[in-house]
Design a protein around this ligand. Structure first.
Ligand code: C2E
Ligand code: CA
Ligand code: CA
Ligand code: CA
Length: 279
């Protein structure tokens, strides 16, 4: 029995060991990336359908190291989540995003919003909402200009902490969005309870909407549901004019996708804001 733990290694296949090592290596590189300033934000425009005007941006993480080598979020976000690193990385994203948005010039219309993704791990941290409040105060960004995107599955979290955090964020005046709607395991009861400002319709339902009757039926149902609950409907991953036209017919409010704007480096996003203000 004494030797059990050590001998357990025998049962690891070479492949498993290699995968585990790669993950550990990625985790330690990611930790250094955060402290070494290798993380960047890209800002993707959100556009109102009725007049195609900019309503805000979603902040998306980018990791490019000193040698110009990039790792996609689909590779490093899961590692950050499993290791808990997402808590510190998420706070960095929030600070950075709020600082950037606080610099945007004000114009007559409704102020532009900045959306930030929050993982379930972050929402389960006691004190997360207080930290958001401090970040807003420090940056000078009004709470109503910050939107926090939460995936549907985060709502399943039974721990009282997540529910309490979401309520506290609302009390601060922060906007809430449910991300990737329709792909997770949540129910309509969760949607009712959470009462987000925005429902983000996942790209998988938006693709070829104009010719796919199943997608059109699902998107119409989500938009109808969102609107009757007083929520805004946003379609993700809109790539073509045909999809845009179909969404307009179905009554969608806002779109985000390559058609209306790819994720942009900060300077290009700032130029877009300046142009919008002058319009
Ligand atoms: P998401 O939150 O659903 O973000 C939307 C993703 O769709 C982004 O991928 C964006 O670049 C991509 N996208 C936008 N428009 C289009 C389009 O028209 N066509 C296609 N094919 N794709 C489009 P990205 O930047 O690779 O991010 C992937 C995921 O990584 C995000 O999905 C989000 O779940 C996660 N992520 C990114 N940044 C953060 C972050 O700061 N914190 C956390 N927790 N997760 C993040
Ligand atoms: Ca998102
Ligand atoms: Ca999404
Ligand atoms: Ca997604």
């Amino acid at each position: 029995a004494k030797a059990g733990g050590r001998n357990g290694f025998r049962f690891f296949t070479r492949h498993m060991t290699q995968a585990a090592n790669e993950r550990l290596l990625l985790e330690s590189r990611l930790r250094q990336a955060l402290s070494g300033g290798e993380l960047q934000l890209a800002l993707q425009p959100k556009v109102r359908m009725s007049d195609r005007r900019l309503t805000g941006f979603e902040a998306l993480l980018r990791w490019t190291d000193k040698h110009g080598h990039s790792t996609p979020p689909s590779r490093f976000i899961p590692v950050a989540e499993d290791s808990g690193l997402i808590v510190d990385i998420g706070l960095w994203v929030l600070r950075e995003a709020c600082q950037v948005a606080a610099q945007w010039p004000r114009h007559g219309a409704a102020p532009l919003t900045i959306a930030v993704n929050a993982s379930p791990r972050q929402l389960a941290q006691p004190g997360f909402a207080e930290e958001v409040g401090r970040i807003l105060q420090h940056s000078g960004l009004p709470a109503a200009q910050l939107e926090i995107e939460v995936t549907e599955n985060a709502l399943l979290e039974k721990t009282g902490v997540v529910q309490q955090t979401l309520q506290q964020l609302k009390q601060l005046g922060v906007r809430l969005a449910v991300d990737d709607f329709g792909t997770g395991y949540s129910s309509l009861a969760y949607l009712k309870n959470f009462a987000p400002n925005t429902v983000k319709i996942d790209r998988c339902f938006v693709t070829d909407l104009q010719s796919r009757h199943d997608n059109a039926a699902i998107v119409l149902a989500i938009i109808t549901l969102a609107k009757s609950l007083g929520m805004e409907a946003l379609a993700e991953g809109v790539e073509t004019e045909a999809e845009f036209a179909a969404l307009l017919t179905l009554g969608c409010d806002t779109v985000q996708g390559y058609l209306t704007g790819k994720p942009l480096p900060l300077d290009e996003a700032a130029a877009l804001v300046a142009a919008e203000v002058e319009r």
